[in-house]
Write a protein that binds this ligand. Sequence first.
Ligand code: SF4
Ligand code: FES
Length: 256
Amino acid sequence: MKLTLHIWRQKNPNHVGRLVQYEHTQVNPHMSFLEMLDVLNEELTAKGEEPIAFDHDCREGICGSCGFMINGVAHGPEAATTVCQLHMRHFKDGDVLYLEPWRARAFPPVKDLVVDRSAFDRIIAAGGYISASTGSARDANTILVPKKDADLAMDAAACIGCGACVAACPNAAAALFTGAKISHLGLLAQGQPERNERALNMVAQVRQELFGSCTNIGECEAVCPKEIKLEVIARMNRDYLKASWTERDDTAKDGD
Ligand code: SF4
Ligand code: FES
């Protein structure tokens, strides 16, 4: 297979980036998308050119490191698929592909297809934890969790923090990601002690990081490789409102 690739090249955040055209003639339909880029990088390196920088780690859809836009779609054309799990058999000989990094103010460029997603780490640090002691496994029946809640928490916990939701959102909102993290812990008994604090602190951190506001467009859900549902945003908003009212009532009582 042959492909024409237009790839965003940007030396560092201080340089102006541009799309550079590559004719890739060594594409095998059994390759993953990242393997296809690996082969292109080997060719570039052999010619003494700078290889294309892109993020990756597990290459099996679980770490959340990979991700860029393929023809304007975050993680490319296959639903529920990270770019590392996307295979070249989904493309045709002669296809023209445009590869660009996530574009959002809160994800500044690093190099080529790599952006800085440490804003997500700071949102997690603001509240994505519990204070219940961990350690050896407890008896399964010690903390009873209704099956429905366990399933919903598990669905939310599937978020890998890739950032595709932000890249796809016209507002560059981080609502799906943050809603998933707040839902995951807020649905479980172990997550109750910090539930209010978690919602207030994580949402405050989202604002500080300059993500946009959610206006229920739904592009995030459409591109999410882990099929996180918009309902996590509703759950986040409910937790945030309840926590704000509780905080207001507590302040009023203190003032009495
Ligand atoms: S919600 Fe989906 S798209 Fe957003 S960071 Fe999590 S896994 Fe990625
Ligand atoms: S490299 Fe880990 S999810 Fe793609």
